[in-house]
Ligand binder design. Structure first.
Ligand code: CAO
Length: 549
């Protein structure tokens, strides 16, 4: 039997990336390049493809878990081996059956087959060092029958939420935590009566995928992420969110959108609610609103009185084609809407005289060809913005979500909006204040090529402090960009034009670059913005000063 392990690929240095979707289940046949799981950073989602064809034998990650490069993702029995075994034989088996089947017996934890009911303590698993973690949802009550993998409670730290699954199937006979309690690793939170099931007592009560117990010994040695394991299908009419089966990412989004999960029809494997289900539900609710129906009380937006987008039957007027939005487009839409609704935007305008800068830029052409780097206007813009951020730290800050603290960053990372066939992405030029013009120009080229080729790594899109959005190559005299929250400002750049400028005694032709600075008026006042914009204009208008920075 040949079992191949598919590992989490290079994530470009990103750590603790969220698993947002499992695309396969144990027993599924997969081909090379089939998506196994989907991971998501705050900027992008990436499919982890299978590197071999065969049958999924074990899944070592769970939706909501955090993974790192090199983590074991899925075990696949390669096609040759799979052909000799019917599908049923690769399905998950109870631990004792597997324990009897192979040499892994020797290394497996002690498994005790209980023929009469056994009482097991339910313990809080390894919480990755976090103490006093909030219980945000209790999913079971005394008397409930649970299956292995069903969610018992949902915990939330300031970084992530995680579901704690049942280690075994059985009946809850005691349960001692309530919503709002705080729990610690190892804390006993209840008891489970287990009938005639194996009680693998040597394993900690960690959210290990069920399939792990059926596979090779390496599986047991894999560090198990402290995170969610999704439960099997929901049954019966849901009365509260606890009865809904959804991963932490989906639950978090539902909380943010104010959506009651019990009202959503799941389409995921084993009845899981996917992010798409949530989006479809919100769209449906908005449509209902548009059609004059009662606003769904489960959608917070419905209660805010924001008029929904109209639903129009465009086909009535001629041929139409309908294409689903790309994942990037959907993420952008969500981010833009969140920013638009949460952030009081103010946009202020100015023109920078870039006549000297352009002359200087052209003079760099020959050297640029030698170095293999073209210095475009965006490189100068990033340099000017980085310098202005260093001089005006308020623009290099974010407010926390509760708007009680300002977090000022000691680094200056500038995001650059790049228009790609897949949608808008914003790679980040790190430590832009410490880089020279050539280095920034090289970063601009490298990151925009990667962006267009869909090759950006998550960490290349993270950590931005401020964004530059240049539509200069496309034309236009001005636009009002939307702040990439929680950043507090964004600079929109339009096409430079020769304009007559009064120099005190006559009009002279100067090349003027239109700039639009949008800012979050919760974090930035007009005076701050005026100073910041003046700094940028001064930097761009005096190229000697700019390149000395
Ligand atoms: N005014 C006049 N000309 C400009 C200009 C400006 N403000 N900015 C760039 N140009 C010129 C460049 O000089 C270049 O001309 P030459 O080849 O003759 O030198 C040409 O336009 C093309 O520039 P470019 O696009 O290759 O390079 P860039 O550094 O200016 O921009 C990038 C790089 C990645 C920012 C840009 O290609 C891009 O994707 N812009 C779109 C960003 C976007 O979509 N913003 C909206 C976000 S909100 O929806």
């Amino acid at each position: 039997m040949a079992i191949e392990q598919v590992l989490i690929p290079d994530l470009g240095g990103a750590d603790g990336v969220d698993v947002i979707e499992l695309c396969v289940a144990v027993g599924d046949s997969v081909e090379i390049e089939d998506s196994l799981i989907v991971v998501e950073t705050d900027k992008a989602s990436l499919d982890v493809p299978s590197t071999v064809a065969g049958i999924v034998k074990a899944i070592h990650v769970a939706e909501g878990a955090k993974v790192n490069e090199g983590d074991v993702c899925v075990d696949i029995e390669t096609s040759a081996a799979a052909e000799s075994a019917p599908a049923e034989e690769v399905a998950v088996q109870p631990a004792p059956a597997v324990a009897a089947a192979s040499e892994e017996v020797e290394t497996a934890p002690v498994a005790v087959a209980a023929s009469s009911p056994a009482e097991l303590e339910i313990k809080v698993p390894d919480l990755g060092g976090a103490d006093g973690v909030d219980v945000i949802e209790v999913c079971v009550a005394v008397g409930d029958e649970v299956s292995e993998g069903d969610s018992l409670i949902v915990l939330e730290t300031d970084k992530a939420s995680m579901e704690i699954p049942a280690e075994h199937s059985g009946k809850i006979i005691a349960f001692s935590v309530n919503e709002g309690d705080k729990v610690n690793e190892g804390q006993v939170i209840g008891s489970l009566q287990v009938e005639g099931a194996a009680t693998a007592v040597s394993e900690p009560a960690v959210a290990a995928p069920a399939a792990a117990s059926t596979a090779a010994k390496e599986v047991r040695n894999v560090p198990v992420p402290v995170a969610a394991k999704l439960p099997p299908a929901a049954t019966g009419a849901g009365k509260s969110n606890r009865d809904s089966h959804a991963g932490p990412a989906v639950r978090k989004l539902a909380r943010e959108l104010g959506v009651d999960l019990t009202l959503i029809s799941p389409t995921g494997p084993r009845g899981r609610i996917l992010k798409d289900d949530l989006h479809d539900f919100v769209k449906g609710a908005m449509k209902q609103l548009a059609e004059g129906g009662a606003a769904s009380s489960s959608v917070a937006g419905g209660a805010t009185g924001i008029p929904p987008r109209p639903t129009v039957d465009f086909a009535k007027f001629g041929d139409i084609s309908v294409e689903p939005l790309s994942k990037i487009d959907k993420l952008t839409a969500l981010n833009m809407q969140r920013s638009w609704l949460n952030v009081p935007h103010v946009t202020q305008f100015d023109d920078a005289d870039i006549t000297d800068l352009e002359e200087f830029r052209k003079s760099l052409k020959a050297e640029g060809e030698k170095r293999g780097v073209k210095v475009t206007p965006v490189a100068f813009l990033i340099k000017a913005v980085a310098s202005a951020l260093a001089q005006n730290p308020k623009f290099n800050s974010s407010l926390d979500a509760a708007m009680e603290n300002r977090i000022t960053k000691g680094y200056v990372n500038v995001g650059m909006a790049v228009d790609t066939p897949r949608g808008l992405v914003v790679p980040v030029i790190k430590d832009a204040d410490k880089k020279g013009l050539w280095e920034i120009a090289a970063d601009v080229i490298e990151l925009s090529i990667k962006a267009r080729d869909g090759k950006l790594k998550p960490n290349e899109m993270q950590g931005g402090c401020f964004t530059v959005s240049s539509l200069g190559a496309m034309g236009g005299t001005g636009f009002t960009p939307i702040v990439n929250t929680p950043e507090v400002g964004i600079l929109g750049v339009s096409k430079a034009q020769i304009k007559p400028v009064w120099n005190g005694s006559e009009f002279v032709p100067r090349q003027m670059l239109p700039l639009a600075l949008s800012y979050d008026h919760c974090a930035i006042n007009g005076g701050d913005a005026g100073r910041f914009m003046t700094t940028i204009v001064a930097e761009l208008s005096d190229v000697r000063r700019l390149i000395l920075n």
